[in-house]
Design a protein around this ligand. Structure first.
Ligand code: ATP
Length: 202
């Protein structure tokens, strides 16, 4: 499974529909200052389920929507579409029914984000897990933003470990463990309640 195309509409400076073909071997994007290189990388992180507005260099998630310019009014929504080649059928169950996988995230002012995968509504969590398991998640070290190399060199061991875990494709397991622990705690509470009721009946 690999990325083949990124499409943006109303996302940050990309107010008009813009398409980027991700050909094999693409490792970097170059261009003059302010032309939107970082915005492209952020669009990729965002469509994979990034939830932190600060990573998008904004105060709130709606800051990713085109805010208007001297000549163009602001937009009401932004949309990013990521197309993946799934001919090797490595996408997880639920995303694996076709040779191509298309994931869309759309944000509308005052209405938040919605995801679609191959035309069907998808949950944010499932999209995040899909990419976390594929080691390409929103926090993946394969996407290198400006200043990240020096940050990594100066990082504390704990932060460096997170990078290695993401690279090894095991970061999705932490979320699953956390969810399992919550369920376990809820079950223990229920069991305690059943115990109380039984005691009261005896
Ligand atoms: P540099 O090389 O200087 O880091 P860059 O090519 O990475 O630049 P970006 O940081 O991706 O450029 O793009 C910055 C441009 O995006 C700025 O002109 C900024 O005004 C514009 N921009 C960011 N958010 C929005 C938004 N919500 N609406 C409209 N334009 C935006």
């Amino acid at each position: 499974m690999h990325f083949t195309r990124l499409r943006l509409l109303g996302f940050k400076s990309f107010v008009d529909p813009t398409e980027l073909t991700i050909a094999p071997g693409l490792t970097g994007v170059i261009g003059p200052n302010g032309c939107g290189k970082s915005n492209l990388l952020e669009a990729l992180r965002w469509v994979m389920g990034e939830t932190r507005a600060s990573v998008m260099r904004g105060d709130g998630m709606e800051d990713v929507i085109f805010a208007g310019s001297g000549k163009r009014p602001a937009r009401n929504h932004a949309e990013v579409t990521l197309t993946l080649d799934n001919r090797d059928r490595t996408a997880p169950a639920g995303f694996n029914e076709a040779d191509t996988l298309e994931v869309v995230r759309r944000i509308t002012r005052d209405a938040g984000s919605a995801y679609r995968a191959n035309g069907k509504e998808a949950r944010a969590r499932d999209v995040q897990m899909l990419f976390a398991d594929a080691s390409t998640g929103a926090q993946s070290p394969s996407l290198v933003r400006q200043g990240q190399i020096s940050e990594l060199i100066n990082a504390k061991p704990r932060a460096r470990r997170r990078v290695l875990e993401e690279a090894a494709g095991i970061s999705g397991l932490y979320q699953r463990r956390h969810e399992a622990e919550l369920k376990l705690r809820a079950t223990e509470t229920n069991l305690a309640r059943v115990g109380d009721v039984l005691e009261a009946l005896e």
